[in-house]
Design a protein around this ligand. Structure first.
Ligand SMILES: C[S@@+](CC[C@H](N)C(=O)[O-])C[C@H]1O[C@@H](n2cnc3c(N)ncnc32)[C@H](O)[C@@H]1O
Length: 282
């Protein structure tokens, strides 16, 4: 299934007038956000580390020429951009419908496939390699930290004893059905260093965003949402009261948080857990 952009209207409303601004779309996916930014007159620099999205990126390149630039790399490479090159930055985190629905990528426990889960297949380490290479304690830490799994030590032991190499082998080792999705999520986050990616990009942006620049993150689970929420809160509290951003010395103003409407989640169940958070540099 083609990816349906999540919270796109909220993102556009929050950005305001983007005509002639340059927006970094850190997570191109099917290009739903990038296309909308271009249609509203913005220039776009888009990142995605999945090589499979190149065809969609080429279509936008043909249509918009120099107004659109695509970088097939992790968005932590935003640090290589000159801060003068962009105004606003948007992250729509996690994986796309194309990635989860493509059986052979190994993201989903609905299909039997090699236990892969790499967003970028040029990277060496698959989920199966990770289970093989990490110690039981390291594996337990990942399950606990990225999946909130209470029985993390028990599952880590089972995984190390059985070394699953397919999605169904992994699924069948998780006896409590409620733990299957969290175990898959935890391994995916670890394989793709998702928390390291967002932390390093945000770390760069704190100093690099221009005055008036907006940074928006759409998150899909509590672990990444917590990082974004705490980071934005810290930025807005750095030198003042976040409720009085314009009279203090705070460098950032917190923008409103948006969750999808019932209409959006009915039309697109994958939007269910989404949260949009934003900050504006003063
Ligand atoms: C939820 S989808 C984005 C969908 C997009 N907003 C749209 O409307 O089509 C997330 C995309 O971001 C990419 N991605 C996730 N983390 C990334 C990272 N650290 N660097 C580059 N791309 C990343 C994934 O490969 C995936 O294609």
């Amino acid at each position: 299934m083609k990816h349906i952009p999540v919270l796109l209207n909220a993102v556009l409303d929050t950005l305001g007038d983007i005509n002639n601004r340059t927006i970094v779309d850190c997570t191109f996916g099917a290009g739903g956000y990038s296309r909308a930014f271009l249609e509203h007159g913005a220039n776009v620099i888009a990142f995605d580390r999945d090589t499979n999205v190149m065809a969609d990126a080429d279509i936008l390149k043909q249509k918009y020429g120099d107004k659109f630039r695509f970088i097939n790399a992790p968005f932590s490479e935003i640090t290589l951009l000159n801060p003068n090159e962009f105004d606003d930055v948007v992250f729509d985190l996690g994986i796309s419908s194309m990635q989860i629905d493509n059986a052979e990528r190994g993201f989903s426990f609905r299909f039997d496939a090699p236990l892969d889960m790499r967003m970028d297949v040029r990277n060496a380490t698959t989920a199966s390699d990770l289970i093989q290479n990490l110690s039981e304690t390291q594996l337990a830490d990942i399950l606990y930290e990225y999946g909130d799994i209470k029985q993390s030590h028990r599952y880590a032991k089972i995984l190390k004893q059985n070394l699953p190499t397919t999605t169904f082998q992994l699924r069948d080792l998780i006896k409590n059905p409620n733990d299957i999705a969290p175990v898959f999520q935890a391994l995916r986050i670890a394989v793709n260093d998702e928390m390291g990616q967002i932390k390093s990009a945000l770390n760069f942006l704190h100093d690099s965003l221009r005055p008036d620049g907006i940074c928006i993150c759409v998150t899909f689970h509590s672990i990444e949402d917590r990082i974004v929420k705490n980071t934005f809160r810290k930025w807005s509290e750095a030198a003042g009261d976040p409720r009085l951003p314009n009279i203090g010395l705070a460098e950032y103003k917190l923008l409103h948080t948006v969750k999808p409407s019932i209409t959006e989640t009915t039309n697109n169940p994958r939007a269910r857990s989404a949260h949009m958070r934003g900050v504006k540099k003063i």
